[in-house]
Design a protein around this ligand. Structure first.
Ligand code: SF4
Length: 465
C-alpha cells in the first residue's frame, strides 16, 4: 500500500507538495511538512506543452520520496495512457492524479480536417482504464468554484461519474471560497462516497493573482475584491500575510475534515519554512477563530467577495432545446434501441456489401450529412448521443462526452468562443428530468481507429462498444 493510501486509511492529514517538471534544478524534497506527512507531486505540462513527463522527472528524486504523478489527457489517446500505466507499473509508481487538462497551448482546431483536431483523453476514461489494473491509488480533479447553476450542476454530475469509475481521492481546483470547499465535502457525505477530498492551495501573491487574471488561467476565480486586498497589503508592506493566509487555509481544511492539501507554487525552502512557521503558530486555534482570521484578512463581509459577477448565460433550457431533445429521443429509441430496429439493422449491415470502399464512403457521407447540420456530427464512429441528451460531444472543443473540464467561467467554454455544451446539457437534463443519465452513464472513449467510420454500422454490429 502506498504511503498516500496509508494516510487515507489512517485519516492522517497529508500535504502533497507540487513541483513543476519544467524546473531545471533538483530541489530538496520534504517527507514531512509542518508535522504532516508530505509527498511530492509532479505536474504534467503545466508550464509548457513540452515539459518533461512526470514519470521521467520523478527519476531525478530519491526513490524513498513517495510521489504522485499527474497525467493530463491533453493531446492524448487511450493508447498513450495505457503506455503510461505500463511505465508507472514498471517503476512501481502507485499514486496518480488523472486530469483531462486545460487547453493544449498548441491546440489544433482541425477546421478543414477533423482528423487533425487535437483530442483530449477524458479523466473519467483514464480512471476507468487505471482501475482495471488494480494497483493504483487514483486521484481526480474537481472544480467546486462554479457560480452559474448549470456549470455547477455539470461539475457535480461529472463528479458522480468519477466516483463510479473508481477514483480514490479528489483534489479541488485552486480556490479561496471556503463555502465551495464545504459544499464539496458535504456532497461526498450526503451521497455516502468514501473518497477522500483534498484542497489545492497556493500562497497567493499579488503578482500571481494578476498573472492568473491577465492570462485567464482556466477555472481559477480571482475577483476584483481579492486583487484590491492583495494590492493594499503589498502597498502596506504586509507581504507575509500571503503565507499566513495560506497557513490558515490549510488549518481550516484540516478542521473541515479534508484529507489533506495539494500545495502549489511553494517548492522553495524559504517559502516552505515561512509557511510552516505560520502553521505552527496558529495550529492551536479552533475552526471558528481560524475562519474569523481568514475573513478578516480577506476583508470578507458577506462571503460573496469570492464570487464573480454573474453573466447572462444563466438561463433555463429553451422550448426549442426541449422539443429538439424530445424529437431526437423518439427517433433514437425507434431507430436504434427497439428490438425490431436492432434486428433489421444487424441484418442490413452484416452484408459484405458495406465492406466495399465505395459503399463505406457513401454510408459515412450519408450519416454525416444527415447529422452534422442537426447536432454537429464529426463522424466519430461511436455515436454517444443517447448518453449525452443528443448534444454531440464533438461540439465541445476538447471532445468531452462525460462532462465538463474544470475550465469554464460562468458557463462560458475555456476556449472563450462559445457557451459550454455541458452547461447546456445540464440545464436540459433538469428540464427533461434526465439528470441520472449525466451522473451514471460512463461513456467509453473513442479509439482513434474507430474515428471516421460509420457509427450506424458500428452500432448495429456492436463493433465500437
Ligand atoms: S457522437 Fe459521434 S457519431 Fe454521434 S453525432 Fe457526435 S460525432 Fe457524430
Amino acid at each position: 500500500m502506498s504511503q498516500l493510501s496509508t494516510c487515507f486509511t489512517q485519516n492522517q492529514f497529508c500535504v502533497l507538495v507540487e513541483y513543476l517538471c519544467s524546473m531545471k534544478e533538483i530541489l530538496p524534497v520534504k517527507t514531512e511538512f509542518a508535522g504532516f506527512p508530505a509527498l511530492m507531486t509532479l505536474a504534467d505540462r503545466v508550464h509548457s506543452d513540452d515539459d518533461l513527463a512526470p514519470i521521467l522527472a520523478a527519476q531525478a528524486y530519491p526513490k524513498s520520496v513517495e510521489k504522485v504523478l499527474h497525467f493530463a489527457g491533453k493531446g492524448r489517446d487511450i493508447s498513450d495512457f495505457e503506455h503510461f500505466l505500463n511505465q508507472a507499473q514498471a517503476v512501481g509508481q502507485q499514486n496518480l492524479l488523472l486530469l483531462t487538462g486545460d487547453k493544449l497551448k498548441s491546440h489544433q482546431y482541425g477546421q478543414d480536417d477533423a482528423t487533425k483536431r487535437t483530442r483530449y483523453l477524458e479523466s473519467v476514461n483514464a480512471v476507468m482504464a487505471a482501475k482495471q489494473r488494480d494497483s493504483f491509488c487514483i486521484g481526480v480533479a474537481f472544480n467546486p468554484f462554479k457560480y452559474a447553476e448549470a456549470e455547477r450542476d455539470a461539475q457535480y454530475f461529472k463528479l458522480h461519474k468519477k466516483m463510479k469509475a473508481g477514483a480514490d481521492y479528489i483534489i479541488t481546483q485552486l480556490g479561496y471560497d471556503l463555502s465551495a470547499l464545504k459544499e464539496a465535502k458535504a456532497f461526498l457525505t450526503q451521497h455516502g462516497y468514501p473518497q477522500k477530498l483534498l484542497a489545492c492551495v497556493m500562497p497567493l501573491t499579488l503578482a500571481r493573482a494578476n498573472f492568473m487574471v491577465k492570462h485567464q488561467v482556466a477555472g481559477i476565480v480571482i475577483t476584483p475584491h481579492m486583487l484590491n486586498v492583495l494590492r493594499e497589503e503589498k502597498e502596506a508592506g504586509l507581504m507575509d500575510r500571503v503565507y499566513l493566509r495560506c497557513a490558515l487555509q490549510i488549518l481550516i481544511c484540516q478542521h473541515l475534515g479534508l484529507a489533506g492539501i495539494h500545495l502549489s507554487a511553494c517548492h522553495k525552502s524559504e517559502e516552505q519554512m515561512l509557511l510552516e512557521s505560520y502553521i505552527e503558530e496558529y495550529r492551536h486555534l479552533d475552526l471558528d477563530v481560524l475562519e474569523q482570521l481568514w475573513n478578516t484578512l480577506w476583508q470578507v463581509k458577506t462571503g460573496q467577495e469570492f464570487y464573480p459577477e454573474l453573466s447572462y448565460y444563466s438561463r433555463p433550457a429553451s422550448a426549442t432545446q426541449i422539443l429538439k431533445y424530445q424529437h431526437l429521443h423518439f427517433m433514437h429509441d425507434a431507430l436504434f434501441e427497439s428490438k425490431v430496429a436492432k434486428g433489421v439493422g444487424r441484418f442490413i449491415f452484416q452484408s459484405r456489401f458495406w465492406n466495399g470502399a465505395l459503399a463505406a464512403k457513401a454510408l459515412l457521407k450519408t450519416e454525416f450529412v444527415s447529422k452534422h447540420g442537426v447536432v454537429g456530427c464529426e463522424s466519430c464512429g461511436q455515436c454517444r448521443l443517447g448518453d449525452t441528451l443528443y448534444i454531440c460531444p464533438e461540439t465541445c472543443p476538447k471532445g468531452l462526452a462525460n462532462g465538463p473540464c474544470g475550465g469554464t467561467t460562468l458557463d462560458r467554454c475555456e476556449f472563450g468562443d462559445r457557451e459550454c455544451i455541458h452547461s447546456v446539457k445540464a440545464r436540459l437534463a433538469k428540464a427533461v428530468n434526465q439528470t441520472k443519465i449525466l451522473k451514471d452513464n460512463l461513456i467509453p472513449t473513442v479509439p482513434i481507429e474507430v474515428r471516421g467510420s460509420s457509427s450506424w454500422k458500428n452500432w448495429y454490429l456492436k463493433k465500437a462498444v
